[in-house]
Ligand binder design. Structure first.
Ligand code: ATR
Length: 270
């Protein structure tokens, strides 16, 4: 039986073992998937590999450690500056980042919003926002605007996409009078019950407001969007399941169905 694991700390609320065990059952794959709450990254990964482990997912606070540990980084992982999935083959550690593609798949396939030709706003320039950039830009939005409290961080990211014309950096103050089809909250503000200083009129009622965090219910960001009349609100539970499906496909060569699981894990946003 092939062994997989999630490494992170803390992991008390993780849904990943349930997700991967469900995928394994659905695709009739024989594998185990455990959560490893580690104090230190490299020794725990070394141990798991020595026991024959085939692959790992990586979550906070180890995504940068995994980036450093990898021997072979994908383009997505390199541009994200972070790793959320690893595959072990002998001495080689292949590393990927499926967070952004999970987000894009959730937006387009599950929620039914095309990104192509749309105006998209992303709040934040930390790890979550950085991982989403390349996959979002690959869908050819009319414009992708990134805002961040600390402008320099967004400007530094912008430089990595020097030749991309539809990618713009703004300040929160610049957003007054701007309107977007899709607004993504990739800040960590919601984790503390805070609201980024985004004006309520950036939302389109026919558009989508998406909170990348999950399991927090109606966050201040989603409440603002709801108050602005946005009819489609989402949190990151779909992104979580979709990134897991991408990792599963990469490891096992089979794409599991995600719909039922997303439905099961969704907490109503009320
Ligand atoms: P993550 O990996 O979750 O993205 P991170 O890399 O620490 O975490 O990044 C957190 C992001 O949330 C940053 O963009 C941060 O803005 P700064 O770069 O200016 O610090 C943003 N953020 C956190 N709290 C915020 C708040 N109350 N208002 C606006 N932005 C906030």
């Amino acid at each position: 039986t092939d062994q997989y694991a999630l490494i992170g700390n803390p992991l008390s609320h993780t849904k990943s073992p349930l997700i991967h065990e469900t995928f394994a059952g659905e695709t009739a794959q024989s594998l185990t998937y455990v959560a490893i709450e580690a104090e230190a990254f490299a020794p725990a990964v070394d141990r798991f590999r020595a026991q024959g482990g085939k692959g790992m997912n990586v979550t906070a606070p180890f995504k940068l450690d995994a980036f450093a540990y990898a021997t072979d980084l994908s383009e997505r992982a390199r541009l994200a500056g972070a790793v959320n999935a690893m595959r072990f083959e002998g001495d080689r550690v292949f590393a990927e980042n499926f967070d952004g593609v999970g987000l894009v798949n959730d937006i387009q396939r599950n929620l039914g919003f095309e990104l192509k030709g749309r105006r998209v706003l992303i709040l934040g320039a930390g790890g979550a926002a950085r991982g989403a950039l390349l996959p979002l830009l690959e869908q050819n939005p009319a414009q992708l605007v990134m805002v961040n409290r600390t402008l320099e961080k967004a400007q530094a990211l912008r430089q990595q996409f020097a030749d991309v014309e539809n990618f713009t950096i703004m300040t929160y103050a610049d957003l007054v009078g701007e309107r977007f089809d899709i607004v993504l909250n990739a800040t960590s503000a919601s984790l503390r019950g805070d609201l980024p200083p985004v004006p309520a009129d950036v939302f389109s009622p026919q558009g989508l407001a998406y909170e990348l965090a999950y399991g927090k219910g109606l966050t201040p960001f989603l409440r603002l969007a709801k108050g602005a009349g946005v009819h489609q609100l989402a949190d990151g539970v779909g992104m979580l399941v979709e990134q897991a499906a991408e990792a599963f496909l990469w490891w096992r060569g089979m794409r599991p169905d995600t719909r039922g699981l997303i439905h099961k894990l969704t907490i109503p946003l009320v």
